[in-house]
Design a protein around this ligand. Structure first.
Ligand code: NAP
Ligand code: ZN
Length: 352
């Protein structure tokens, strides 16, 4: 075991502040990674503030961060895919049982015994796992991803959550060329959703509450942009979508989007607002529409997504910050004021 610098929150009302955390020495199957960049996901904010208390209560102190890209510093004797010096990445998962039907299907994100990158019971050290707002992390090889060399690490980090969370449902529900696809909310997830839907050849419509994001939405790959608070603009799209990805992090009217689906169309929720969404059954019944959800993606699909990004030169649009700016970044995220993901340069931790 060794000590590592990190940023942690001590309670749901505390700001993130410098802390020291334990990391295990790499076992034979482990990869030790010096963290270069860690993205800020809205899930970090939900959990630091204990907003999911009924389902996933936060254990304090919490060190968030599950969009990690770094450099391999040490590997265990049984590790075959990585060597010191390699660029490597870690997303939301660091372990699973490997034996259940979900794991056997390569869907580790649905394993009943999975270990999340932070705030999950730590099998090795006791307590809970600590995430990427830290100098290094030690992770089982199976959960470490390869990063294509042409992708800048700062922009690649958000692919590990925002990327896979939007790529996976579009692949699962078969988004293809010429389909009409909606993306609700142009934040970290939403802007990746636009990039992927565009890369898959779909006709992409962005729904935003922020008129100031209109031009960016088009630059990112949207064919049309709708200001969702304008009911006339919304009305024009009723009954026309094959697929809608809802990435909104706060309370909103999901029925307004269900009504935009054509017969047998699908809306997938990936956003996790702390309060329940009121769904009117009529909207689903009327056109046999489907309301579903999706949780990140499995390890094999995450690698597939990273390779797809390498081939198509896709990364997140990031604002690189120092760790000392993290609390200010959280406040801005809550105001939908980020273009379009904060990526923390972890070298800044050395001067913390
Ligand atoms: P984010 O960067 O804050 O983006 C959320 C976007 O939602 C905002 O940019 C804003 O877009 C829109 N929005 C915010 N408040 C709204 C409101 N009151 N009404 C309507 N629209 C609103 O967050 P993120 O990191 O993309 O995460 C989004 C959600 O996905 C979070 O709840 C997060 O926990 C969840 N998540 C889920 C998974 C999963 O596996 N399912 C994985 C990662 C994250 P506009 O300005 O364009 O309106
Ligand atoms: Zn996330």
């Amino acid at each position: 075991m060794y000590n590592e610098k990190a940023y942690a929150a001590a309670s749901e009302t505390s700001p993130l502040a410098p802390a020291t955390i334990p990391r295990r020495d790499p076992t034979e199957h482990d990869v030790q990674i010096e963290i270069l960049f860690c993205g800020i996901c809205h899930s970090d904010v939900h959990q630091v503030r204990n907003e999911w208390r009924d389902i996933m209560p936060t254990v304090y102190p919490i060190v968030p961060g599950h969009e990690i890209v770094g450099r391999v510093t040490r590997v265990g004797s049984a590790v075959t895919k990585f060597k010191p010096g390699d660029l490597a990445a870690v997303g939301c998962l660091v372990d699973s049982d490997g034996t259940c039907p979900e794991c056997k299907a390569g869907l580790e994100q649905f394993c009943p015994n999975l270990t999340l990158t932070f705030n999950s019971p730590d099998k090795y050290l006791g307590g809970v796992t600590y995430g990427g707002y830290s100098g290094s992390i030690v992770v089982k090889e199976h959960f470490v991803l390869r990063v294509p060399a042409n992708l800048h690490p700062a922009g690649a980090a958000p692919l590990l959550c925002a990327g896979i969370t939007t790529y996976s449902p579009m692949r699962h529900w078969g988004v293809t060329r010429d389909q009409k696809v909606g993306v609700v909310g142009l934040g970290g997830l939403g802007h990746m959703g636009v990039k992927f839907a565009h890369a898959f050849g779909a006709h992409v419509v962005v729904f935003t509450t922020s008129p100031g994001k209109k031009e960016d939405a088009r630059r990112l790959g949207a064919d049309e942009v709708v200001i969702s608070r304008n009911t006339d603009e919304m009305q024009k799209h009723v009954g026309s979508f094959d697929f809608i990805l809802d990435t909104v992090s706060a309370e909103h009217d999901v029925n307004a989007y269900i009504n935009l689906l054509r017969r047998d169309g699908t809306i997938t929720l990936v956003g996790v607002p702390p309060k329940p969404l009121g769904v009117l059954s009529f909207g689903l019944i009327a056109k046999r529409r489907t309301l579903t959800g999706s949780n990140i993606g499995g390890i094999a699909e995450t690698q597939e997504m990273l390779d797809f990004c390498g081939t198509h030169d896709i990364t997140a649009d990031v604002e690189v910050i120092r760790i000392q700016q993290v609390n200010e970044a959280y406040e801005r995220l809550l105001k939908s004021d980020v273009k379009y993901r904060f990526s923390i340069e972890m070298a800044s931790l050395k001067s913390a």
